[in-house]
Structures are given as structure tokens and as C-alpha cells.
Design a protein around this ligand. Structure first.
Ligand code: PMP
Length: 433
């Protein structure tokens, strides 16, 4: 259906009644009316290829997920103080994908809530608060998660680093202080500086270390080989717990592995799941060990009005069904490899491409003004995104300098979509010379 209201009019209405701290993408705003697979359709009927939405993991409006949601919404939706088969069953299915003793699941409504709960579990279990985070990390929009998110508190509108938070060097092996595949130990050593600062402040160790298993907001950075294993060992040697934030990279995106932490050969104490688990429906989860779950159950109940409700559980089951039936982690491997090869081909012709990196359908293309200095080509990246949008591709940038094209499309992104993205990226890059 064609919607006659121009987007400018809707933008004005929105600005009058919606808080201005929320931005709208692109210079020329888009008004979307429909989604299908990896495609979004705007109010004029124009199709756009979605290369960034990692929330709609199994594709926009996947019929199996939509039907599961509608069926359950028509039957029952209530809180989790009644028995309902779907909640323990979904927990069992998630636990079955986890290694080690990661067997106890709590369902919540957002990645933010899940990270809040993960922090509370670690801090309550150990009776300590100090937390080690990676520079440039983002873990959520609440008070407690912004405090552990340098991406927010260090930037405009932020606040001084909280005294119970230590920020470790961001392990960017392409443009950071230590470079190359062997840089893991040099970055991991910075964790000791953080732990020493905590010991000095509190006379004890950290409660926890939290990091994305692959860094999304940091600019699609693949952690150096062995980095997390080294960091976890240092944290655990001083009695701390390790939290893996899988909100962006989980659920097979880095196929064939189901979880990002597996690519680093570690087993976290607490795992945080979000975005893809609900394919756009507000659902997230925390997975931990029976031992930590028991220590968190110290008498204060954890209750969540919506978390784990039957409709959310139906959605979670349907998402897992599709991931399995359509073998999405395996498809991420082949489509991701084709995309990476395509970008590497483009890098031979366009020196502005400094680095192409990725795993599965989690890919970053870093643009630089000069391959020697590796200075960020921020404006050019912005231009490419704009050009792509004019060509019917939704793309975006991330990283401290917003110079990394981030590619994390719905997992149904196939060879046809990859071909379109590469052709249009070539044209967008060509339009700059
Ligand atoms: N962790 C990471 C790594 C994220 O990318 C995000 C969202 N961008 C969050 C946590 C917070 O998730 P939510 O927006 O669902 O609260």
C-alpha cells in the first residue's frame, strides 16, 4: 500500500512529541512500511536491501515467527508465576547450545536488562562491584549499563569514568597501539593494570569482566587470537567472573559456531543474549551456571513482568526453529566468505579500503585516508553510506571514528543479496574518485 503522507510531515510530527535524544537515520529520512527477508519497503514502494539489521536475524517478518507470535497472543499471555511449558523448554533448547555448566536461563526483555542482570549476578555472587570493561564498549541504555559503556560515558553528554569501572585497552589489531595477529597478549596484559587499580582502590579483585565476543560498536573488530582466553585467565586468577555479551554476535552469525565466545575458545561464567533471540520482538536472556544462579538467589526475588511470557517464548522457539531448519549458521559461512572475497577484490582497486575483516555474516570494511598512517576516512565512509542509500542499500558505519562499514544483515542474506551489495558498493566507491 502506498502511503501518501510525505516523510517530512511525519518527521515534523515526530519531532514535536518524541524526545530529541533519539536520532533518525540518513539525511533524507526514510519511512518504512513493510519488511520481507533481507528487504525493507518504503512508503513509495521502493525496496531497500538491509545490510545492517542483526536484530531481524531470520529475516524481516519471517512467516514462521509471525504465526507463532499471533497464535500464542490469541491463546494466552501472562506472567511467569504460572507454569507454562514453553519457558523451561526454550531454556532447555538454549542451554543445549551452551558449553560447560552454562545451564540456567533467565528471560528478560532487552539486551540492556540482560546485561543489568548479568552484572547483578556477578556482583551479588562475589559481594564486589568493580568491573573491567573494554574501551569503546556498549552494553545498554540504563543507568547501570551506561556506567560500564565507555562508548556512552566518554563521549558528548557523558560523565567521568565511575570509580568502580576500569577501562582496558580496546584490542583493535588493525589500528590500535598493538597490531597484527600476534597482538593478543600485549592487549591482554592491560587487564593486569586494571586489576591492580582495583586492588589499590578496594583491596580486592574485580567482580567481573564484560566484553562482546566480537566487537560490534567498536567497529566490527575481531578480537586477536587467544585474547579472551588470556584475559579470562587473568580475571579468574584474581577471583573475578567473566561475562560474554553476545547481543550482536550470537545465534550463529559467526557460523559455523553458534556463539562468538566459541571462536575464542573460552567458556564464560555468564552469557548475555539479546537482539536476534526475538527477531525484533522484545526478548533477551541471561545464561549462567547453577552455582552462580544459586548464589544470586539470596532471598531477594528476581521478578520481571514481561520476561519469559508465553508470547515471547513462542517467538524464541520459532526463531530457533528457523535457524535450524534453514541452516542459517552454515549459510552465514558461505555468504560471508563470498562477501569477504568480494570486498578483498574491491580493496585491490580502491586503496581507501584499509582492512576487510569478519567471521560469517559479521563483517567490517575499514576505510582509511592512507594505508600507511591508517588514518580514518570518516567523511568518505559517510559518503559511501549515503551513496548506497541512494542505490537502495541500507548500510551504516561504526567504530570510534565512524569509518568502518558494518555488514551484519539478516541471516537470510544470500548470494544474490551479496552480489547486489558488492556491485553497489563498487559503484559507491567509484563515485568518489
Ligand atoms: N549489548 C550490545 C553489544 C549491544 O549492541 C546492545 C544494543 N545495541 C545492547 C547490549 C543493548 O541491547 P538493547 O538495545 O536490547 O537494550
Amino acid at each position: 500500500a502506498i502511503d501518501p503522507e510525505p516523510s517530512a510531515a511525519l518527521l515534523a510530527r515526530r519531532r514535536a512529541v518524541i524526545g530529541p535524544s533519539l536520532s533518525v537515520s540518513y539525511r533524507e529520512k526514510l519511512k518504512m512500511v513493510r519488511g520481507r527477508g533481507a528487504w525493507l519497503i518504503d512508503h513509495t514502494g521502493r525496496r531497500y536491501l538491509d545490510t545492517v539489521n542483526n536484530i531481524t536475524h531470520v529475516g524481516h517478518c519471517h512467516p514462521h515467527v509471525v504465526q507463532a507470535l499471533a497464535r500464542q497472543a490469541a491463546e494466552l499471555n501472562t506472567n511467569t508465576r504460572y507454569l507454562h511449558e514453553a519457558m523451561p523448554h526454550l531454556a532447555e533448547r538454549i542451554a543445549a547450545t551452551m558449553p560447560g555448566d552454562l545451564k540456567v536461563v533467565t528471560f528478560v526483555n532487552s539486551g540492556t536488562e540482560a546485561n543489568e542482570l548479568a552484572l547483578r549476578i556477578a556482583r551479588t555472587a562475589l559481594g564486589k562491584k568493580d568491573t573491567v570493561v573494554l574501551d569503546w564498549a556498549y552494553h545498554g541504555n540504563s543507568g547501570g549499563t551506561v556506567e560500564i559503556s565507555p562508548y556512552k560515558f566518554k563521549r558528548k553528554g557523558g560523565f567521568p569514568q565511575p570509580d568502580f569501572v576500569q577501562v582496558a585497552a580496546f584490542p583493535d589489531a588493525y589500528r590500535g597501539p598493538f597490531r597484527g595477529a600476534e597482538s593478543g597478549p600485549a592487549y591482554a596484559a592491560d587487564i593486569d593494570r586494571c586489576l591492580n587499580a582495583i586492588a589499590q582502590r578496594s583491596g580486592s579483585g574485580a567482580a567481573c569482566f564484560i566484553a562482546e565476543s566480537l566487537s560490534g560498536v567498536g567497529g566490527q573488530v575481531i578480537l586477536p587470537v587467544g585474547y579472551l582466553a588470556d584475559v579470562y585467565a587473568r580475571i579468574r586468577a584474581r577471583g573475578g567472573l567473566c561475562i560474554a555479551d553476545e547481543v550482536q554476535c550470537g545465534f550463529g552469525r559467526v557460523g559455523p559456531e553458534f556463539w562468538g565466545f566459541a571462536t575464542q575458545g573460552v567458556i564464560p561464567d555468564i552469557v548475555v543474549l539479546g537482539k536476534p533471540i526475538g527477531n525484533g520482538h522484545p526478548l533477551a536472556a541471561v545464561v549462567t551456571t547453577p552455582e552462580l544462579a544459586a548464589r544470586f538467589a539470596n532471598g531477594m526475588e528476581y521478578f520481571n513482568s514481561f520476561g519469559g511470557n508465553p508470547v515471547s517464548m513462542a517467538v524464541g522457539h520459532a526463531v530457533l526453529d528457523v535457524i535450524e531448519a534453514e541452516q542459517l549458521p552454515a549459510r552465514a559461512v558461505t555468504t560471508g566468505a563470498a562477501l569477504m572475497a568480494g570486498y578483498r577484490g574491491l580493496a585491490e582497486r580502491f586503496p581507501i579500503i584499509g582492512d576487510v575483516r569478519g567471521m560469517g555474516l559479521f563483517i567490517g570494511v575499514e576505510l582509511v585516508t592512507d594505508r600507511e598512517t591508517r588514518n580514518p576516512a570518516t567523511q568518505a565512509a559517510d559518503h559511501v553510506v549515503d551513496q548506497l542509500r541512494l542505490r537502495g542499500i541500507l548500510a551504516s558505519t561504526d567504530g570510534p571514528d565512524d569509518n568502518v562499514l558494518k555488514i551484519k544483515p539478516p541471516m537470510v542474506f544470500g548470494p544474490r543479496e551479496a552480489g547486489i551489495l558488492l556491485t553497489e558498493t563498487e559503484a559507491a566507491l567509484g563515485s568518489m574518485s
